[in-house]
Design a protein around this ligand. Structure first.
Ligand SMILES: *Cc1c(COP(=O)(O)O)cnc(C)c1O
Length: 359
C-alpha cells in the first residue's frame, strides 16, 4: 500500500473541458498534455479528453508515448522537431509541427518525404521565446506554401507571456498585432493559452490551447479554479504515520527551524519533497485532515512533514488521510505558500506517488 496518492478525478477533467468549450464555443481545442499532462498521467488523461480536437505536447517522446498508449487524435509538437531524422517519425505518427525558425524550415524544405506534414507557423509577437519575427512572416509563409513537404494549409500561432494579468496591456497589443499580421491569410489562427481563454475573449479564434485550466486550476493572478467554475482534477493525499507529544521549547525537524512555544502535538505526515511537495513551503502552509486545516511546522524533509495539530489532537489518529492539495485546499494557495506557481507543483509530483483514477 502506498501512502502518497494522487487521486485523479476524471469526471472533473471532462467537466473542465466542456466548461472550456463553453467559454470559447467557436474554437477547436488543442488540449495541452506536456509534462505528463501537468503531472496527471499522460495517456490516461488523453484517453478521457474524448471531445478535444487535438493534443499538444512539448517533445517528440511525449507524442510517441501517446501513440504507444493508443491515442489517435492529431498531436502538435509545440517545440517542433530538432533534427532532419525526426521528420519520418513525425510523418509515420501523424504529428504536426511548429515551425519557429529558419533552421527548422530549411530542414523541412530539403527533406525527402513520402507525404506532407501539417505545420503551425509560430510568430513571436512579444514573448521572445520561440517564434519568427513578424517581419519574417511573409517569407516563411510563402516558403511553407510552396514546399512539397508541408500541407497547403499553414496554421498560424503565437503565445502570450502576460495574459494572466488583466491589467497588462501587452496581451491586447499582441492580439491586435497578430490579427493585423495574419489578416490577409485565410488560415487557422491559434493564440490562447488558458489565461487567454479565461481573460481575453478576442484571442479565441479558430483554435485554443488550454493546459492548466483543464486540470481545474487557474493561471490568473490571485485566482483559483473555482473562481472560473472549474473543478480541481488532482487531489494529492497521504496519511498520518505518527502523532508526537512535543514539550514547550523543543526544536523540530532538520535544522531545528521551528520551536514549540507551548506543549503541543504534532502529526507526522508521509509526504515530502521526494513526492514533489515543495521544500520551500513556508511555516503554516495548510494541510487538511478530517475537514480541518492545520499548518506545517519545521522543514519539509524528503519523506515527511510535521503538522501542528495542537488542540485538536484527540480527533486525529495514525492512518488518517491528509489532503495536501485538491478540492478542499487549492493548489494555487499551496503554490503561493511555496513562492511558486501551481504549474510547477503539479508537474513535480514524482513517480513514488501512486495514481488512482476515479471515474
Ligand atoms: C504550455 C503551453 C500552453 C498551455 O498553457 P496553459 O497556461 O497551461 O494553458 C499553450 N501554448 C504553449 C505554446 C505552451 O507552451
Amino acid at each position: 500500500m502506498r501512502l502518497a496518492i494522487a487521486k485523479i478525478d476524471l469526471v472533473a477533467l471532462s467537466y473542465n473541458l466542456s466548461k472550456t468549450k463553453q467559454l470559447a464555443p467557436h474554437s477547436k481545442v488543442m488540449a495541452v498534455l506536456k509534462a505528463n499532462a501537468y503531472g496527471h498521467g499522460l495517456v490516461t488523461i488523453a484517453q478521457h479528453l474524448t471531445t478535444a480536437d487535438a493534443f499538444a505536447v512539448a517533445r517528440i517522446d511525449e507524442a510517441l508515448a501517446l501513440r504507444a498508449g493508443g491515442v489517435t487524435k492529431p498531436i502538435v509538437l509545440l517545440e517542433g522537431f530538432f533534427n532532419k531524422s525526426d521528420l519520418p517519425i513525425l510523418l509515420a505518427n501523424n504529428f504536426q509541427t511548429i515551425i519557429h525558425d529558419e533552421n527548422q524550415l530549411a530542414m523541412l524544405e530539403s527533406a525527402e518525404l513520402d507525404a506532407p506534414i501539417a505545420t503551425w507557423l509560430k510568430v513571436d509577437t512579444g514573448m521572445h521565446r520561440l517564434g519568427i519575427e513578424p517581419s519574417q512572416l511573409e517569407g516563411f509563409y510563402r516558403r511553407l506554401k510552396a514546399s512539397k513537404n508541408t500541407h497547403s494549409a499553414v496554421n498560424l500561432m503565437t503565445h502570450f507571456p502576460c495574459a494572466d494579468d488583466l491589467n497588462n496591456a501587452r496581451t491586447q497589443n499582441q492580439i491586435t498585432a497578430f490579427k493585423q499580421l495574419t489578416n490577409d491569410h485565410n488560415e487557422q489562427l491559434c493564440l490562447a493559452n488558458s489565461a487567454g481563454i479565461l481573460g481575453w475573449t478576442e484571442s479565441h479564434c479558430d483554435w485554443i490551447r488550454p493546459g492548466l485550466m483543464i486540470y481545474g486550476v487557474s493561471p490568473m493572478l490571485h485566482c483559483q479554479g473555482v473562481d472560473h467554475g472549474l473543478k480541481p482534477v488532482m487531489r494529492l493525499t497521504t496519511k498520518v504515520i505518527a502523532i508526537r507529544d512535543i514539550p514547550a521549547g523543543e526544536q523540530v525537524g532538520y535544522g531545528g527551524r521551528w520551536q514549540s512555544n507551548q506543549p503541543t502535538k504534532l502529526a507526522v505526515v508521509a509526504m515530502g519533497y521526494g513526492d514533489g511537495y515543495p521544500r520551500h513551503a513556508k511555516h503554516g502552509t495548510p494541510v487538511v485532515i478530517k475537514g480541518h486545516r492545520y499548518g506545517i511546522v519545521g522543514s519539509v524533509s524528503m519523506d515527511m512533514i510535521t503538522v501542528d495539530i495542537g488542540e485538536n489532537s484527540e480527533q486525529i489518529a495514525v492512518g488518517d488521510e491528509v489532503e495536501m492539495w485538491g478540492p478542499n485546499l487549492a493548489v494555487e494557495e499551496i503554490a503561493e505558500c511555496a513562492d511558486t506557481i501551481a504549474y510547477e507543483l503539479l508537474c513535480n509530483v514524482t513517480p513514488r506517488v501512486g495514481y488512482q483514477y476515479i471515474s
